[in-house]
Write a protein that binds this ligand. Structure first.
Ligand SMILES: Cc1ncc(COP(=O)(O)O)c(C=O)c1O
Length: 416
């Protein structure tokens, strides 16, 4: 299908960009022996799992449903459906009625407390003793390397994620052979190294008692400025020093900058400051992280941008607009507010400086929309979910494939 034939809104995932990221990740694992997993919570477009499965050893799930999705779909073309790949799962607390199925399809199981480990022992232990599953405990190094986003910081005070040193017995419980920490968010190699140094200090006595360690996600490995050489040296040194099998489980790094969201301009509203353009995409429904984090997504062709919570008008235009803030005399661009057609006043994607005002019917393209977008979207206000489109790597006009189209039935079936 041609680009012009696509619906709006649509998420378009670019195979080429995905491959670029996967090659970077594969290079890290090839040169260190470290195993890399896809964190499905960030990106679960299972249509491309067979492609990803050619580069990564498996997935990590946040619970039964993601684990099942991996079990059914994460395999290279031609491989039989049956966990050929590794299927890891971590949940802060497991539901007893799901545990048996989890154990029957997963290869690695992580517990968030000793109480959880023991509560489910009678179910997981036979699998562990039969060599079908490996068991780890998630630890909380209480070493924060990020500021400003407490919601994404598992080391923030009061965090329920991971066992603190004082709650871990001197001798690891029977059956536990691994440790897991996840503390980073969109970070470089340095914070990982600092975190591991802190783990060595606090949890060092356990490192020669385990055979594997999972260093979580949040590694922005496929970002242009990520120091992959530093990561590789660290992984090689650590492997050698402790003889451990090392896992990383990034989500973002797999599909970073590998997707866009296209949306159509439906109307222009003259507001008290700068013009607002109403789009058929919604921050609240289709890109919830924009409001949750919050952040302003990149918009192709824009000259500058501001967060939607920044005071608009004169402030947003910052001297570029005329006194009244209408943006008419904005020199090399005009400031506009891009908002949604939902009822939520705050459903604003951001304030952008564009070369000129868009026309009604124009298509706008937001970048970096593969991750934490389609996995988090919703149908609030009865908004239709965006189509999921795969842009194949071949350079042909017909390279766009609508993998899934959503309509009224998808909205209705989640209600009763
Ligand atoms: C336990 C765990 N592992 C991996 C990830 C993936 O992180 P990212 O997508 O930032 O790489 C997350 C994200 O929240 C997580 O909670």
């Amino acid at each position: 299908m041609k680009y012009e034939q696509l619906n709006t809104p649509s998420y378009i995932v670019q195979e080429k960009a995905l491959l670029k990221n996967l090659n970077i990740l594969k290079d890290v694992s090839d040169s260190t022996g470290c195993k890399i997993l896809l964190a499905e919570k960030a990106f679960s477009m299972y249509r491309v799992y067979p492609l990803i499965a050619r580069y990564l050893v498996g997935t990590t799930a946040s619970g039964l449903f993601e684990a099942k999705l991996s079990y059914e779909e994460f395999r290279t073309d031609g491989e039989p459906v049956k966990a050929v790949k590794e299927n890891h799962v971590f949940e802060p607390a497991y539901k007893p009625d799901e545990m048996k199925e989890i154990c029957s399809i997963c290869t690695h199981l992580y517990f968030n407390s000793i109480a959880q480990l023991e509560a489910h022992r009678s179910i997981w232990e036979p699998y562990q003793k039969a060599g079908k599953i490996k068991v780890a405990l998630r630890i909380n190094p209480e070493f924060s390397t990020q500021e400003g986003h407490a919601i994404y910081d598992p080391c923030s005070p009061g965090s329920r994620l991971g066992i603190r040193r004082e709650s871990l017995p001197e001798k690891l419980p029977e059956g536990v052979t691994g440790l897991h920490f996840h503390t980073l968010c969109e970070q470089g190699a340095e914070p990982l190294i600092d975190t591991f140094r802190s783990v060595e200090k606090t949890f060092g006595s356990y490192l020669d008692k385990i055979s594997w360690i999972n260093m979580g996600g949040g590694h922005h490995i496929s970002k242009a400025d990520y120091d992959t050489e530093k990561l590789k040296s660290f992984l090689n040194e650590t492997k050698e020093k402790y003889g451990l099998e090392i896992y990383l489980e990034p989500g973002e790094a797999i599909a970073l900058d590998a997707g866009t969201l296209i949306t159509r301009v439906l109307d222009r509203v003259e507001t008290s400051d700068i013009p607002t353009f109403i789009l058929d995409a919604s921050a609240a429904c289709h890109m919830p992280d924009v409001l949750e984090m919050p952040y302003t997504p990149p918009l192709f062709g824009s000259l500058d941008s501001r967060g939607s919570s920044d005071a608009p008008g004169a402030d947003a235009a910052d001297g570029d607009a005329d006194e009244g803030g209408s943006g008419q005399n904005a020199g090399d661009g005009v400031w506009v507010r891009l908002a949604s057609r939902t009822c939520l006043a705050g459903d604003v994607i951001g304030i952008y400086k564009l070369p000129s005002y868009p026309a009604i019917g124009d298509i706008l393209t937001f970048g970096d929309m593969a991750i934490y977008s389609m996995v988090k979207n919703n149908t609030f206000n009865g908004m239709a979910l965006p189509d999921i489109v795969l842009e194949h790597a071949e350079d042909t006009e017909d390279r766009f494939e609508i993998v899934k189209h959503f309509g009224y039935e998808d909205f209705k079936m989640r209600l009763s």
